[in-house]
Design a protein around this ligand. Sequence first.
Ligand code: FUC
Length: 822
Amino acid sequence: MKYYLMLFTLTCTTVGVFAQVKPGAAGLQKPGAPVTEDNRLWYRRPAAVWTEALPVGNGRMGGMVYGRVGDEVVSLNEATLWSGGPVRDGVNPEAKQYLNPLRMALFTENYEEAERLAKKMQGGWSESYLPLGDLQLHQEIGKPGSYVRELNIRDGIARTAYTVNGVKYIREVFVSAPDQVMVIRWTSSGKGAISLKLGASSLLRNSHAAKDSVWTMRGKAPAHVDPSYVDYTKQPIVYDDGDSCHGMPWAMSMRAVSRDGGVTVDTAGITVSRASEVVLYVSMRTGFRGYDRCPNGSVEDEGGIEKAVQLGYDELKSRHLTDMHNYFDRVTLNLGNGSAIPTDERLAAYTKGVSDPGLEALYFQYGRYLLISSSRTPGVPANLQGIWNAELRAPWSSNYTTNINVQMNYWMAEECNLSEMVQPLIGLIGDMSVTGARAAKEFYGAKGWVVHHNSDIWAMATPVGDKGRGEPKWANWPMGGAWLVRHLWEHYLYTGDRQFLKDTALPLMKGAAEFVGDWLIPDARGRLVTAPSMSPENDFIYKDDKVADVSVATTMDMGIIRDLLDNLAVADSVLGDTSLSGLLALRSRLMPYQVGSQGQLQEWYRDYASPDPHHRHVSHLYSLYPAHEISMARTPDLAAAVKQSLILRGDVGTGWSMAWKVNLWARLLDGNHAYRLFRHLLRLTRVDEIRMGGGEGGGAYPNLFDAHPPFQIDGNFGGTAGMAEMLLQSQDGDLHLLPALPDAWAGGSVAGLVGRGGFVVDMNWKNGRLVWARVLSRLGGKVVIHSSTPLIMNEMRSRKDGTGYILELDTKENVTFYLSGT
Ligand code: FUC
C-alpha cells in the first residue's frame, strides 16, 4: 500500500531528478532493428465451421467471415442485441427473511440446511446475447484454381482471394469504427466478371423490405431467452411477455454499389450482374437506449448507409486503417521468427511441440485485436464471446459472468496500452451500482451495492437460479461488485486521472465497500467473516464424506474485501476523503489467511478438501493475481502456500483456467511454468460441446479463439495478459523488467507495454538478459526498477536486492529515460 502512496506523492528525494538521456550518449546499445511482425492468420481452405471463420468488428458490429467462394457467409452481430428489457424489482421479496436462519445454519455447520435456505434467496435468470443473422453472399462462379483467406489483425481486414478460369477475385471485409459501417468489396481482374445474389437470414423472427436501393431485414428480439443449461421450461424462448418494454427491435440494411454491370433490389435481396467491382455497405442497429430505458419501439432508419456510400470504399478504408493502427501499433512484440505455414497447420504443429515464437507473438496481438474489435460500445463491455455469437441460446447466454470471466476480459487492457477499451466496462459497473443498490436492499436489507455472478446488458445484479434451481456455489455468489471495482482502481493507477478517481472510481468503490461493511459479521472469535460464502464454483467435503458448497469466509471473499479496503485506503490518502474511516477500520478485524495441512493456501474457513482437486477455478489465489496482497517479495510464506495450491490444482483446465494460471505463475516469477501453461492454451482443439473440467479440449480453435470448450473469449484475453505479465510487472509501485522470462523466449523485444504509474516500456533482451530499455514516464513520480540483470542509467548503477537488482528513480512527467543491462 505504501508503495502507491510513494508513487503518487511527488517529492524530490535523495535520488536526483534527471532529464532525458539519448541512447548512445552513455554508450548504451540501441534496440534491435524494426521488428518484422507476423500479424496475419491465414488458411488454404474456407471455414467449415464457425470456429474456423475469422472475426472482424468495430466494438459494436461484428462479423465472422467464412471465406467461402460461391456461397460466402458472414455471421453478423450487434453488441446491443440482447433479449429482455430493463430489470424489474421485487424479484424475490421473501429472500431477506432467510438471511439470518441461513447464517445460523452456517455457524452451526449444518450445511444441508444452509444449502436449502440459500436456494430460497435466488432470483431469475439473466438475459441472453443474441445473434443478428447471416449475410448470404452467393457468387455465380466455377471451382477455384488457387485459394487463400486471411485476417490481417493490424488492419482489421479479412481477405479472401481465389482464381477461377484465370480471373483473380479478391473479397475484403472490414467494420469501420469511425464510420459505423461494415464494408465488403469484391474486385476481379476480369471486366464484368462479378455476378452476385446477396441476402440475409436470421434465427430471430424477421421480415424483409426493399426501398431506394437499400435492402433491410428487421425484427423484434425475444422478451426472454433462458440460458442454454436450463432444460426444464416448455418455452425457453419467449417473444412476447406482455411487457412492451421487453423485446429489442433490431435491423440490418445493405446497399450494393457496382462498377460496370447492374444492381437490382427486391424483397428477396440484391442482385448484381456482370460487374467488375462491387462494394456492399452493411449497417446494423437496435433500439437499445441504455440499461434502464425501454428500447425504442422500432428501428426505421437505414443506419447511415447513404453517408457511407457517399464516402466510398477508399475513404472508408483509409479512415478505418488510421483508426485501427492508432490502437494496434502502440505495442509490438518480437519473440523470434515464426513458421510460414497456414495458421491451422501451424497450430497443429505447435500442439505437437514445435517451437514457433512467431505464433506466440501472433496470439498475444490477437488478444489485443479482439479487444479493440469488441469493446468500444459505451456501457456494453466484451461479453463471454466478445461480440461474436451465432447461437440463439449461446453457451451460458454469452452474458457477463462476474466470478472470473468478464474481469479476465480486461486484465490486459491497461498493460497492453488499450486503456480506452476499459470504458465500456466502467460504464456497466456504474449501471450495476444502481441496479445493485436495489438488489442489496431487496435481497439482504443491506447498504451499498452488490452484483451476483451473472449480469447482462440490463445491468442485472440479483442472484440467478430461478428461485431454487441454481446451485448456490455460483447462483448466490455476491462478490461481483467488490471485485469489479478493482478495475476502476487499476484504471486510475495506470492513468493517474485524479478527476476520474474522485468522480467515478471512489464513489463506486465506496458503494461496493458499504455493501461489504453490512455483509461482514463477526464469527465466534470476533473475526469479521462473510456468510453465506462460496469459493466459486467449487465444493468441499465435510464430515462423513458429505459434499457442500456454501460456508463461511472463503479465502476469495476475504481476499476481495481486503484488496478493496486497501485500494480505498490509498484512494483516501490521495483525495483526503475522511468519510471512509469507518469502512477502513474493518480491515484489521478481517479473518486472516490460513495455510492448510498440505502447505496450501486454505480455500475454506476449515481445511476442507474438494471432491474435485483439479477444479478449474483458482479463486482462493485471487490475492496473488489479479490482486497483489500476496507477493514473493513481501509475503514469501503466503506466496509459497499459493505455489503449493497451484501444484495441487495441476496444470490442466478450461481455457480461462489455464490463462489464469499463466498469470499466477508469472507472479510467482516462474517463467518456465507460466510458459508451460501458455503452451496448453495454444493446443489445437476442435471440441465444441461444453466441457466443464480438466483435461480435454481446453486450448485454441483453428481461428485462435480460446476453447473453454466451447468458445469463450476470456482465455484469449487472459492469455495475452499472462504474456504481458511475464515481460513486465508493476504491482508494487515498481517496474519489474522481464520478471518471468521463460527459457523459450531467450531473445526478443517488446515496445509499448504500460506499467502502473503510467510508465511505457520498450525493451529488448538477449540470452535471457536485458540489453536495453527505454521508459517513458507519462505522469512523473518515483519508481523502483527491478531486473535480474544489473542496470546502468547515466552514471547510476543498480544495487543488489534479493536475487536481482534495483534502481530507484524519481521521474519527470513526459520524460523518457534509458537503461542498459550490463
Ligand atoms: C463460470 C465457469 C464456467 C464458465 C462459465 C461461463 O461459471 O465456472 O467454466 O466459464 O462461467
